[in-house]
Design a protein around this ligand. Structure first.
Ligand SMILES: Cc1ncc(C[n+]2csc(CCOP(=O)(O)OP(=O)(O)O)c2C)c(N)n1
Length: 669
């Protein structure tokens, strides 16, 4: 490399550093030290290695970049600005301010060029595995003589990322799947917030990754661009193993008092320290947000290269499209997230005459009926496919070398499963689903929360959804999980009452746009209820509906329930009728959808003047919104117990007798 180009490289790298320092200083908050250290990595990636087009950040075959250590967000914002993404300098000056494009941590859908929301450490690592897996899967499905899916997924991760359990799970899975186009650059800077990593982190990270089956390289100095570039090249040419490049860096590089200290974390450097660091870089010490024109011009060449990369892909795409028009139509459809016409033609309808069926079993039948029409459906379970009924009969195991298959085995790695599902969805071209017991939704919750924050169309199949789970006892019996999941904004949770409601719930899940959808399904068998075949398709879509009107006179009260408890209120309605009490039965599989209905509809289902009794085998809290202060709720305010499910239900108040008793009490009878 010539001295001149070396100088230009340094100028660009120092521009990233100083922009980050200045933005944190102006905001009076944020993390300056890590961007100062890692500027060479993003500079090299964005200007030399990545095939990306800043003018079209959504181009499907772009290389993906994930900043897993999202606290270093200014690093990403600086390079996005410099390489010409729609992120003006003014926005860098408004770092962390209300309404700016530069929030404290990178947010997907908010800032052009941000591929996924990061900040909770480890999540980006997990998500990246989903992105790389999506690339491998779509490549196997769509590539012919021309490759139209072929890109790298780069990740920048920190000590915190690699300490978090989720990254261990995800790295282990990525190694197993031999995701050769996944490249993690690990910032080995020996510093976290409390001090030296030696406080809590002693393992030999490279050896750990070797044992996962990764290619591992070390770069001794992040500022050695040649060594860094060489390592990236070698990682690129490794086709059958993901790559880890452990890069030694120095937090707050160049700051005389803060370099290599935890003080460079989470707070501005201070005016004096900034001036000193700028002097060290050969920078005008008193200029703030200074972008040398040569640095900008050099970085902005990404804007010239980008259309070239994209155009060469477009040419390949057009040749491929001409040769494979049907495949191309399919590609376009799944990119747009459109459902094909008649995708639901084999959706089963169940009759009350059929033997009772657990809603997890109904879900398995439904999934297998629709999967042949929806090749974009891809998923699996965290080692619970036989229990969650998620295996696709018509597909084989997705494994290294068989990437085009659709049965994924996440292993017992719920947290990584959640993040991998996010990555699959974010990549595009895939409708991912993942399954485990509802109780273990807790193990995936941080990733579920991010799916909701990013409004990603992920489907969760959570079975064994109540104390009726039975013999496994309180460790396996969800109590507060339904409420906890409903509390997540943008999350839609459906708890269908029988097989027909399960089919309707799947329809909602597939048609839903704007966030993840969870299906809470029973382990135990449930009767197919009279009326659901006709009413569930529309009723479930509306969140709640009158399943059975009071048979005689106008209703004196409303019984409402979700999931497996709907059968209880149906039986209680009949018993109350025998006792001369008129009750309406409302099935309420989904709060969120019901809340979206117009007031007239809501009041037609739950008339304000009628007393109401809600029944759900979970925390009672929250149902008060629907029964009002005058109403009553049969719920759970304790953990379950180990015994056959029917006994646990009976002992804890989920019986027809109890519903009848509480209904009469509501009417002072
Ligand atoms: C799950 C999670 N826990 C805690 C934090 C708060 N936090 C932000 S940065 C950080 C540690 C930073 O150390 P490291 O990951 O090594 O980053 P670096 O010091 O290199 O910037 C922590 C604990 C977080 N963002 N996410």
């Amino acid at each position: 490399m010539s001295e001149k180009s070396d100088q230009l490289d340094q100028l660009c790298i120092n521009t990233i550093r100083t922009l980050s320092m200045d933005a944190v200083e102006k905001a009076h908050s944020g993390h300056p030290g890590t961007p100062m250290a890692l500027a060479p990595i993003v500079y090299l990636l964005f200007t030399r290695f990545m095939r990306h087009n800043p003018a079209d950040p959504g181009w499907p075959d772009r290389d993906r970049f994930v900043l897993s250590c999202g606290h270093a967000s200014m690093l990403l914002y600086s390079i996005l600005h410099l390489t010409g993404y729609r992120l003006p300098l003014e926005e860098l000056k408004r770092f962390r301010q209300w309404g700016s494009l530069t929030p404290g941590h990178p947010e997907y859908g908010h800032t052009p060029g941000v591929e996924t929301t990061t900040g909770p450490l480890g999540q980006g690592c997990g998500t990246s595995v989903g992105m790389a897996l999506a690339e491998a899967h779509l490549g196997a499905r769509f590539n012919r003589e021309e490759s139209i899916v072929e890109h790298f997924t780069y990740v920048l991760c920190s000590d915190g990322d690699l300490m978090e359990g989720i990254s261990h799970e995800a790295a282990s899975l990525a190694g197993h799947l031999k995701l050769g186009k996944l490249i993690w650059l690990y910032d080995d800077n020996h510093i976290t917030i409390e001090g030296d990593t030696a406080l809590a982190f002693d393992e030999d990270v490279p050896r750990r990754f070797e044992s996962y089956g990764w290619q591992v390289q070390r770069v001794q100095d992040v500022n050695d661009l040649e060594a860094l570039g060489g390592a990236i090249e070698s990682a690129q040419s490794e086709a059958h193993r993901p790559s880890l490049i452990a890069v030694r860096s120095h937090i707050a590089y160049g700051a005389p008092h803060k370099q290599d200290t935890a003080a460079a974390h989470g707070s501005p450097l201070g005016a004096e320290e900034i001036r000193a660091a700028k002097r060290f870089y050969g920078w005008p010490p008193d200029k703030s947000f200074y972008v040398p024109p040569e640095a900008l011009a050099h970085c902005r060449r990404a804007l010239e290269r980008g259309p070239g990369y994209q155009a060469s892909w477009q040419e390949r795409f057009e040749r491929w499209q001409a040769a494979h028009p049907q495949l191309a139509a399919e590609w376009q459809r799944i990119q747009q997230r459109e459902l094909p016409p008649d995708w639901d033609r084999d959706l089963p309808v169940f009759s009350p005459q059929e033997p009772p069926l657990a809603s997890r079993a109904a879900s398995g039948k439904i999934l297998n009926a629709i999967a042949p029409h929806l090749p974009e459906l891809l998923g699996g379970a965290a080692d619970l496919a036989p229990s969650t009924k998620t295996l696709l009969a018509g597909s084989q195991d997705l494994e290294a070398g068989h990437y085009g298959e659709r049965n994924l085995h996440f292993g017992i790695r719920e947290h990584a499963m959640g993040a991998v599902l996010n990555g699959l969805a974010l990549h595009g071209g895939i409708r991912p689903y993942g399954a485990t017991f509802l109780i273990f939704s807790d193990y995936m919750r941080p990733a579920v929360r991010l799916a909701a924050l990013m409004k990603q169309p992920v489907i969760y199949i959570w079975t064994h959804d109540s104390i009726a789970q039975g013999e496994d006892g309180p460790t396996h019996q969800p109590v507060e999980q339904l409420l906890a999941l409903r509390a997540i904004p943008n999350m839609t949770l459906l708890r269908p009452a029988d097989a027909n409601e399960t089919a309707a719930a799947w329809r909602v899940a597939l048609e839903h746009d704007g966030g993840p959808v969870g299906l809470a399904l029973s382990r135990q068998k449930l009767p197919t209820l009279v009326g659901t075949a006709e009413k569930a398709p529309e009723g479930v879509r509306r969140g709640a509906y009158i399943l059975a009107e009071a048979p005689g006179d106008p209703p004196q009260l409303v019984l409402l329930a979700s999931g497996s408890e709907v059968q209880l209120i149906v039986a209680a309605q009949a018993e109350l009728q025998r006792q001369g009490v008129q009750a309406r039965v409302v099935s309420m599989p989904c709060w969120e959808l019901f809340d979206e209905q117009v007031r007239d509809y809501r009041e037609s289902v739950l008339p304000p003047k009628l007393p109401k009794l809600a029944v759900e085998a979970g925390t009672a809290r929250g149902w008060r919104d629907y029964v009002g202060l005058e109403g009553d709720v049969i719920g759970l305010d304790r953990f379950g117990a180990s015994a056959p499910g029917a006994i646990v239900l009976e002992k804890l108040g989920f019986s027809v007798d109890e519903v009848v008793r509480r209904a009469r009490a509501l009417l002072s009878l």
